[in-house]
Design a protein around this ligand. Structure first.
Ligand code: AMP
Length: 215
């Protein structure tokens, strides 16, 4: 699942994970968890994240190798925010091999003006990662509706970091989208609108490719 910051990757990946009963792997969430635990790799990643930079490929690839163990590939998965660079995409290709190629790459398309507005108002649960907006806060006192954790602004949602992330998206991630487009496994989905509308579009896009009853 690819898309600019604020396109709704995390929200939609969580909904799709429930719907299809697969694993949800968010490299951003894994880095945030490692930073909160204070591991050396987590603290190093946090410096890059807070500045709006990408975490270096070697670190990301190491993390992904740790996740892809056991029968993970057989269970099925949604990768959220990975790969973000061409070297990461090539590495993923070799990890998956010919037995488990990617079925589909979704690009959540949102104009920059909209993501800027979404990110400025974005608030997240520091415990479970659930996302809220200042216009749609949790029910009580910035306490997560799902787990009761504290709902806060992400450290990397500053204006400067957001602009840098958008710049890097065009430089580093746009070629990844083109790469998957050439492989014929890219689905660009309009991610403007309410979350449930976008979810419907995604389910439609997935089922029409993989669910024989939808063809
Ligand atoms: P996200 O939660 O997906 O917006 O990711 C937050 C931050 O984590 C990004 O801005 C990067 O600094 C870092 N990050 C997450 N995934 C990757 C990745 N695949 N490659 C490099 N950096 C990443």
């Amino acid at each position: 699942m690819l898309g600019k910051q604020g396109a709704g990757k995390g929200t939609q990946a969580a909904l799709l994970t429930d719907r299809y009963g697969v694993e949800h792997v968010s490299t951003g969430d894994l880095f945030r968890a490692a930073a909160a635990e204070g591991t050396p790799a987590g603290l190093e990643a946090k410096e890059y994240m807070d500045a709006g930079e990408l975490v270096p490929d070697d670190t990301v690839i190491k993390l992904v190798h740790e996740v892809f163990t056991g029968n993970f590939l057989e269970r099925g998965f949604i990768l959220d925010g990975f790969p973000r660079t061409l070297p990461q995409a090539k590495e993923l290709d070799s990890v998956l091999g010919s037995e488990h190629p990617l079925d589909l790459v979704i690009d959540l398309e949102v104009p920059t003006a909209i993501v800027l507005d979404r990110i400025a108002g974005r608030r997240v649960c520091e415990n479970c990662g659930a996302t809220y907006h200042v216009n749609m806060p949790p029910k009580s006192n910035w306490t997560c509706d799902i787990c009761g954790g504290r709902v806060v602004q992400r450290d990397d949602d500053t204006e400067e970091a957001v602009h840098r992330r958008l710049e890097l998206y065009e430089q580093e991630t746009r070629p990844v989208i083109e790469f998957y487009g050439e492989l014929g496994i890219l689905a660009a989905v309009d991610a403007v609108g309410e979350g449930d509308e976008v979810f419907e579009r995604l389910v439609h896009e997935i089922d029409r490719r993989f669910d024989p009853t939808e063809r």
